[in-house]
Design a binder for this molecule. Structure first.
Ligand code: ADP
Ligand code: K
Ligand code: MG
Length: 459
């Protein structure tokens, strides 16, 4: 049935259609029975620094191909295990169909080895389609679960989303890593103009920094720059909504750099800053700056982060030495300079004077969709009226993925931020001084070390 159906790929590849193969229940059962490959950072860096020789690029494509179908099948199964009335919700069912679509674009490749550039380019297009297809997942799922809230408890939703969204982080990373390696190795191949954007995010490599990137990993990532960048975007949203923006002071070691994934750090910092800005302004404390302290973990003290706020992660696999990554890299390709010997990682403490979190609320902050944000308060400030309930407010707050353009309201910021942090062995801990303010400790491991993905991840 290969090639029996040609679907136009959504937006990103306007000139081409991907070959698809109908997904049967047997495909799903067979693929989901396969053991999941736990993604490690070694997987992401083992082909070395771009530009990669063609053979390494094919290896990357074949590796990607070997692990994605089973991951997608696990997600489809997990969606199908939700109560029927929940899966029948049009938004949840849209997500289910997105996974079926992505699997249908991968099945035609299942018997293949990629050994030439033509196939590698086509495969990269499949990866671009996959990333594009799933780009709005979070806001769609949020809407779906909000609409289906009568039929599924918050605990069950959180359990499902924790697994689903963590798995999604890994799947995206694998696909985006191949796309990034493709473009930094084959800069002249033509996909479409849109998909070339995958080469760069807002902190992507430019001429002077190109050498610090291995695909989506920046081996010389500067948290202070990310914090300043996010301060700008969050400040703009805040000013639009409240008419003021708090300032941010960065201290500790602002020059610190380490190896990590810029888009992950950017997501987490944005969510933490939104929370701090909102609390600060709602408390009328905007004259008090938000203090961000960058504290590198000491060299050689890899468990030190635990006291500094790492959460409930099993840290048993944290001590795999950096040199192991180097060895594996060498085995795969000659074309490598070793990763910078990064420190074990960093703890970033964000301290605000926004009044803290009440003990009742503190118990729920990690639940997806728990929020104390009330849109009507804002609307009434803006002299219009709204009789909406909290859930309607949350619906209104859903715009862009993960509620990107509003300051709060989806209730996904902390749990999803923690999922990103935990993915490679970091964590987020919240310390509330009720009546005074909040300290948030974000710990991240430098990706010079090898760790497995968060243990809650299911696919
Ligand atoms: P949202 O911001 O959409 O409400 P989050 O998961 O980011 O969702 O946060 C959940 C809740 O935790 C917030 O609604 C707020 O009540 C509380 N919270 C989080 N961070 C802070 C903070 N820095 N100060 C006060 N309350 C906070
Ligand atoms: K929440
Ligand atoms: Mg938030």
């Amino acid at each position: 049935m290969v090639g029996s159906r040609l679907v136009p790929t959504s937006g990103i590849l306007p000139h081409r259609a991907l070959t698809t193969q109908t997904v049967t229940d047997d495909h799903i059962a067979e693929l989901a029975a396969k053991p999941l490959h736990p993604l490690t950072l070694t997987d992401l860096v083992k082909y070395g620094r771009p530009p990669l020789p063609a053979s390494a690029l094919y290896e990357s494509a074949n590796f990607t191909l070997s692990i994605l179908p089973a991951r997608l099948a696990h997600r489809i199964q997990s969606l199908r295990n939700l109560p029927f009335i929940v899966v029948s919700n049009p938004h949840i069912s849209k997500i289910h169909n997105n996974y079926l679509h992505s699997l249908s674009t991968l099945l035609p490749w299942s018997e293949k080895q990629i050994t030439n550039l033509e196939d590698e380019i086509k495969f990269t297009e499949v990866m671009a389609d996959l990333v594009q297809t799933h780009s709005n997942t979070i806001s769609i799922l949020a809407r779906g679960f909000l609409e289906a809230r009568k039929y599924i408890s918050p605990v069950e939703v959180t359990r499902f989303l924790d697994e689903h969204l963590r798995a999604r982080i890994g799947t995206r990373l694998i696909a985006e890593q191949h796309i990034a390696l493709h473009f930094s190795s084959q800069p002249h191949t033509e996909l479409s103009s849109d998909s070339k954007d995958h080469r760069h995010d807002s902190h992507g490599p430019d001429e002077s920094h190109q050498s610090s990137y291995i695909g989506v990993i920046d081996t010389d990532l500067h948290p202070a720059s990310i914090i300043r960048h996010c301060e700008g975007t969050v400040g703009d949203i805040c000013e639009l909504r409240y008419g003021v923006r708090p300032s941010v002071v960065i201290n500790g070691e602002p020059d610190y750099t380490f190896a990590h994934i810029p888009v992950h750090l950017e997501y987490i910092i944005t969510e933490l800053l939104k929370n701090a800005f909102r609390a600060t302004v709602e408390r009328g404390m905007e004259r008090e700056p938000i203090e961000v302290t960058i504290a590198p973990l000491p060299e050689g003290l890899s468990d030190h982060g635990r006291e500094k706020g790492l959460t409930n992660q099993d840290q048993g696999n944290m001590n795999v030495a950096m040199s192991d990554v180097g060895k594996e890299q060498e085995a795969v390709s000659e074309n490598i300079r070793p990763l910078k010997q990064s420190t074990p990682g960093v703890t970033i403490r964000m301290r605000d004077r926004g009044g803290g979190i009440s003990p009742e609320n503190l118990a729920h902050i990690w639940d997806y969709s728990f929020t104390t944000f009330k849109e009507e308060e804002l609307i009434s400030r803006q002299q219009s009226s709204s009789g909406g309930s909290a859930s309607i407010d949350a619906l209104n707050a859903i715009s862009g993925d993960a509620g990107g353009s509003s300051l709060a309201g989806l209730g996904y910021g902390l749990p999803l931020g923690r999922a990103y942090a935990e993915y490679f062995g970091g964590g987020i801990a919240v310390q509330s001084l009720w009546g005074w303010g909040t300290d948030v400790y974000l710990s991240l491991r430098g990706v010079g070390r090898v760790e497995c993905e968060g243990r809650r991840s299911g696919g």
